[in-house]
Design a protein around this ligand. Sequence first.
Ligand code: ACO
Length: 301
Amino acid sequence: MVDTSDEWIVSRTGIKERRVCENGMVGSDMAVIACQKALDNAGVSVDDVDILITATVTPDYRLPSQACIVQNKLGANNAAALDVVAACAGYINGLSIARSFIESGMYKNILVVGVEYLTSITDYTDRGTCILFGDGAGATLITAETDGNGVVSTYLKSDGRLWSWLTVEAGACAKPSEYGVKGDGSDKIYMNGSDIFKVAVREMTKASIKVLEDAGITADDVSLVVPHQANIRIIDAIVKRLKIDKKKVFLNIEKYGNTSAASVPLALDEANHEGLLHKGDYVLMVAFGGGLTTGAALLRW
Ligand code: ACO
């Protein structure tokens, strides 16, 4: 479709394969599968979910929220439901909100799902972006416990001054959908990738240091890093700056590409199923995306 090569894509991004949402399915369908698996793994009934937080920039509809659509399909009828729109940092923003709800005592069982149907807004004439994005969903159940483990620290930051570096401009109120229909591409993803690359490395490093400092630990104490899977070179640069052993970094970018808000929970789930997480381990998660948004979270597994 575009002038590119497998060699360029793999060497510049680390991406070898991506997943595309099945015909006839939309984001909420992927989210429901992920949420149900998370509930099954936790042994918690859907009736006991207090709130469902959905992180996405690719909702089924503009109104209502994606969370309400997922709630309905999942049958989480006793829950509240809300969306978090923070692009690739969406899941960590959602996790941070969940942490606050738990710590305040307001809720006990919180589903946080990151889901994206990015291929629906990918511009397949733009070689700078169309080689990056994939679809998927990852969900976690956050539960109030008193064993001392859980979300130890979180850090969130945004720089709205740089919002125009990563956008889908058409389809909301400022630029109704006719703009995209006119064929100017404004209903698809635009990204200033090379400038974002530099800010991503700087901000993800800063965010990682902050959550470690807040927890009173050093990078040496971290057992596993689960970073947003946007570009292998971004991940390598952060790990080098943090002086973390590359063997401690979980990677699945080659299978999925960049799945935005789904990226971190997908990676966390795979790390868990591969037996890489042990009770008491410190797990560092960090993400960066459109907004521009940054999020980091330190878990004690
Ligand atoms: N195939 C071949 N050549 C390409 C391709 C391609 N697919 N894409 C770009 N190029 C060319 C460019 O045209 C340019 O050519 P030129 O030098 O002749 O002008 C050259 O390669 C270098 O382009 P750069 O954009 O500087 O390439 P870079 O090494 O920066 O890689 C990439 C591009 C992969 C997009 C990278 O910048 C990146 O990963 N950026 C960060 C993305 C990110 O983290 N986004 C935030 C999260 S996404 C979200 O929130 C939804």
